[in-house]
Design a protein around this ligand. Sequence first.
Ligand code: NAI
Ligand code: MG
Length: 328
Amino acid sequence: MSYELTVIPGDGIGQEVVPAAIRVLETLDVDFEFHEADAGDHVNAETGEALPQETYELAASTDATLFGAAGETAADVILPLREAVGSFVNVRPAKAYPGVEAVRPETDLVFLRENTEGVYSGHEDRLTEDVSTLTRVVTESASRQLAEYACEFVDERETDGFTVVHKANVMRETDGLFRDTVTAVADDHGVETDEVLMDAFATHVCLDPEQFDVVVCPNLAGDVLSDLAAGLVGGLGLLPSANVGPDRGLFEPVHGTAPDIAGEGMANPAAAILSAALMVEYLGHDEEGAAVRTAVEDVLENGPRTPDLGGDASTEDVTSAVVDRLSN
Ligand code: NAI
Ligand code: MG
């Protein structure tokens, strides 16, 4: 079986780390047909449109999409792309690795972030010069779909339950609905849950990340708290993500275009390669996905390492090392 993949490097270091991930995919015993597509600031500058219709349609029709990053147009690119693949959950593992200096080396958790609504629903208005507003949307159906995925996820991961992060003490209607729906679905499935208010979570995860395993949260909270967790494990160059939909998915590093290092060939490709590993697993090839992850872990532990991790290796050196580990 051959898989059709949409490949969207985007802007900045997306142009460097996505080709690195493709090199790794090419070493696997899985057949991919790659369809390269364009999106991001550079396309917007040329055409006035950050996400060409043909890119959207490719993402909406292929088996999976690998995306790098977009710059100032990120919201115009990534939000429609998540919609194109019908994604309802963004899976973001945050794990510290042996050999990588981390603030909290014991961190090993996974965020399951609601991926379609909350404050990212796009309902913003400028009412007067002085006043702008935002409508926060939470639905029972999206919360339920996320919770059902979370129940399956903890089952597969063989953990007892998950933590629900919310702020229902203040946003009683929206996060109240989120919390009540998620905990009710978990109860129905016999999955244990505990609840932590999102501001308190930020403190607890810094002081004692080991107490958390699977964390289910609304859209914005998941965005912010997963970047916070990136800080605990050694930086954004390490965090992959999977936007999972029922029939297809979109896989992307958590980081952006890193304009401060773009073009230097020194970006850490680990996040993009680990995103490709999540994609391979999503497509049903667990063994190959695990092999890629093991190869990345081995390189993180033994080097070479890019400058964000204290080394002086290039993106290409690290990628070649991962490819070598996989070929041996
Ligand atoms: P960023 O993630 O691009 O960079 C933050 C810091 O982390 C920088 O110092 C950067 O050098 C470092 N970093 C990130 N990834 C790295 C890697 N793979 N290797 C080594 N160092 C790495 O976030 P920032 O600076 O807030 O945003 C830059 C641009 O990216 C903005 O235009 C923003 O809109 C966009 N962005 C796009 C995203 C997406 O397309 N999904 C997500 C986040 C930001
Ligand atoms: Mg983010």
